[in-house]
Write a protein that binds this ligand. Sequence first.
Ligand SMILES: CC(C)(COP(=O)(O)OP(=O)(O)OC[C@H]1O[C@@H](n2cnc3c(N)ncnc32)[C@H](O)[C@@H]1OP(=O)(O)O)[C@@H](O)C(=O)NCCC(=O)NCCS
Length: 179
Amino acid sequence: MTQDSRPMSQSRTIMTEMVFPSETNHHGTMFGGTLMLYIDKIGAIAATRHCNRPVVTASQDSLDFLSPIQVGEAVELEAFVTWTRRSSMEVYCVVRAENLFTGERRITTTAFSTFVAVDANNRPIPVPGVYPETDEERKLYESAPERYQQRMKRRELRYSTQRAPAPASTPPSTEKTGQ
Ligand SMILES: CC(C)(COP(=O)(O)OP(=O)(O)OC[C@H]1O[C@@H](n2cnc3c(N)ncnc32)[C@H](O)[C@@H]1OP(=O)(O)O)[C@@H](O)C(=O)NCCC(=O)NCCS
């Protein structure tokens, strides 16, 4: 925890919508793309609340649709920052659907996203640390480093070979290496 660390509860954000027919797919249930839009939006709000700086979405590495959402149900999204490094923040989002007539509620979707705080030139800038206060928050916090490692491994595997080689005409670097 750093001196200016903030509790997870500070970024906690809730968003509630009712599912209209215009938001459904050809199965008559809520269109997943619309839910992904909401997850990205609420994640950006939670991350910005945490660091009070502009943020961009860096990745969404885990998005699980567990149960379809029916027209007329209320859909409630809850998101908060679960872990930070230098400029990046992991945001967990859990989506619950509620049948408003019976009161039955169930988790339909969960997602982990990474947001990065940026300056006016879109360069990453440092963010405050975060700390858990409840058992659920502690579990998410303690398991975050492993998720980060997996993310970085995936990033390396997927993109390391796509980095453009230096052009043949590039002159040798004159920068001192200290070797
Ligand atoms: C996200 C972005 C700012 C990262 O910039 P970069 O030049 O790659 O910077 P770095 O490699 O130094 O990474 C900066 C941080 O982002 C994290 N990061 C970068 N890519 C990531 C990815 N795919 N998944 C998770 N974290 C990632 C790094 O781990 C690092 O975190 P840290 O500072 O906490 O250690 C840049 O890739 C970008 O602007 N992407 C486009 C964002 C966008 O348009 N989003 C959609 C609209 S909001």
